[in-house]
Design a protein around this ligand. Structure first.
Ligand SMILES: C[S@@+](CC[C@H](N)C(=O)[O-])C[C@H]1O[C@@H](n2cnc3c(N)ncnc32)[C@H](O)[C@@H]1O
Length: 254
């Protein structure tokens, strides 16, 4: 089966990201990466149950933290948490992020893969105060050069800097002249560690899939090292096909 068919056989809530929550440790890593501090007004767009809001307030002492999500149950959960902890400078809004007022933000966590939402939010982010930091995970804001990277965490600061090409953007993220198997594996592994299930076998499987996706995208963009398919890439393509019945080779432009 083609990888696209495999992905569409998985639960929709996982593929859409609706039910995916960042762990508390990953949130702390992100906050250290962006140097979240006491003068910040922090927003988490698509905040889910909202642990990010209490961590930002209690451990990073931000001035204000706001979580926005269009799922009312998750928002109620967050509001209860704030009440229980008697926190007054935090709040949760049951809203669509594409219309929410975020004008006073200094740091925004924005982990979305839906292209329409990303496009819509990029034009809104551009009107925010200069210096406002937008954190994304795995990919930068489409069309803009990242200002800081600790993969898979990526920072774009207002005003954004246009990327000349997807190629330039990708090379900046991977901080290299070309992408070989080892680079693809290292970055895929960092992603699995940040958002994976902490189940070694599942995370290894995710790393294999992501490594092949990174390498094949690099090859198609002309930024893989050399013309040949490296042996480990060939082996993993074979393992996926033989043992998991998942086919990725057709993703390669010939
Ligand atoms: C990790 S975010 C990312 C989900 C997103 N579908 C994606 O592209 O990956 C998941 C959270 O965002 C919330 N969410 C999804 N779309 C939203 C929207 N338009 N406005 C506010 N919250 C949204 C969901 O309720 C969920 O708690």
């Amino acid at each position: 089966m083609k990888i696209e068919d495999y992905l569409s056989s998985l639960p929709n809530s996982i593929i859409s990201g609706e039910d995916v929550e960042l762990s508390d440790e990953t949130l702390r890593e992100i906050f250290r990466f962006v140097k979240l501090a006491k003068n910040d007004i922090f927003y988490h767009l698509g905040c889910g149950k909202g642990n990010s809001i209490t961590i930002a307030l209690e451990e990073f002492m931000v001035k204000k933290a706001i979580g926005i999500d269009n799922n009312s149950e998750k928002i109620s959960h967050g509001q209860e948490l704030l009440q229980k902890k008697h926190i007054t400078n935090g709040s949760f809004r049951h809203q669509d992020i594409t219309i929410a007022d975020i004008s006073d933000a200094s740091v925004i966590l924005f982990w979305f893969s839906d292209e329409k939402i990303i496009e819509n939010m990029i034009s809104r982010f551009q009107n925010l105060k200069p210096g406002c930091k937008i954190i994304t995970i795995w990919g930068p804001l489409t069309g803009y050069m990242p200002d800081k990277i600790d993969f898979p965490y990526i920072l774009n600061v207002v005003p954004f800097k246009k990327a000349e090409s997807l190629r330039d953007q990708m090379l900046a993220i991977f901080n290299t002249d070309c992408i070989d198997f080892a680079v693809a594996w290292e970055f895929a592994d960092r992603y699995s560690k940040a958002i994976g299930s902490k189940n070694v076998e599942n995370d290894r499987f995710l790393t294999i899939l992501q490594t092949l996706v990174i390498w094949i995208n690099a090859k198609n963009l002309g930024i893989a090292c050399g013309d040949e398919i490296p042996d480990p890439v060939k082996s993993y393509i074979g393992i996926l096909k033989t043992f998991f019945n998942i086919e990725v080779e057709h993703l390669l432009d010939h």
